[in-house]
Design a protein around this ligand. Structure first.
Ligand code: BMP
Length: 212
């Protein structure tokens, strides 16, 4: 049984609140990122968190350790309960995010392999496997791995084991189906197929059932 995470990549507070309210009761977490935050500011986090849903900041952080630690301070002060980071900046940068999240009672997730075709240029294969090992060694709470390549996510699962979570984007608009991936992961991440739906609540409900 996989959780359902909504990738809330809409623009503006009004649309974000409309979609999140429509999906209330169907979601295990909301993932926010640059499209929403750049259009609303971080204040939207407290608004969304009013319905007691965990908010994960998908900022795919990729910087030096000190900057990463400062980013964590802001993300968790704003009310987020998780943060997503890149791994390719190295073990010290990754550790700053993991420690920054844990110091604030939050969780850290590491992008190991991406879901889009261009991921095959760099964010895949041996690089992804190495980053999964690094994520485990750093004590990350989980990794991001692609629903579009279940056979790759299965390999990454074998590297990290069952004590870390895998959240998996690529379901819906990018072509993967919940049934393709649910046995390898702890949660599926769905964006456009929910928030662009005429009835986001119904769409979320259907994805939730299909992820069971
Ligand atoms: P959608 O279901 O609309 O394709 O959205 C997927 C979400 O997951 C987007 O927020 C995207 O930035 C994110 N994502 C992804 O698609 N692939 C990855 O490898 C990593 C991601 O964070």
């Amino acid at each position: 049984m996989a959780e359902l995470l909504l990738a809330l990549d809409v623009k503006g507070a009004e649309e974000a609140i409309r979609v999140s309210r429509a999906c209330e009761g169907e979601l295990d977490a909301i993932k926010i990122g640059y499209p929403l935050i750049l259009s609303t500011g971080m204040g939207i986090v407290k608004e969304l968190a009013k319905s007691n849903i965990p908010i994960i900041a998908d900022f795919k952080v990729a910087d030096i350790p000190n900057t990463n630690a400062l980013i964590c301070e802001e993300v968790f002060a704003a009310g987020c309960s998780g943060i997503i980071t890149h791994v390719f900046c190295g073990s010290d940068s990754l550790q700053a995010i993991v420690d920054g999240a844990h110091d604030h009672g939050g969780r850290a997730f590491a992008v190991c392999e991406m879901s889009h075709p261009g991921a095959l240029d760099f964010l895949s294969g041996a690089n992804a496997e190495r980053m999964a090992k690094m994520a485990k060694e750093a004590g990350a709470d989980g990794i991001i791995a692609p629903a579009t390549r279940p056979e790759r996510t299965e390999i990454l699962r074998s590297i990290i084991g069952n004590s870390m979570k895998i959240y998996s984007p690529g379901v819906g608009a990018q072509g993967a189906q919940p049934e393709d991936i649910k046995k390898y992961v702890d949660g599926i991440i769905v964006g456009r197929a929910i928030y662009e739906s005429a009835d986001p609540g119904k769409a979320a409900h259907e994805f939730r059932l299909r992820a069971l």
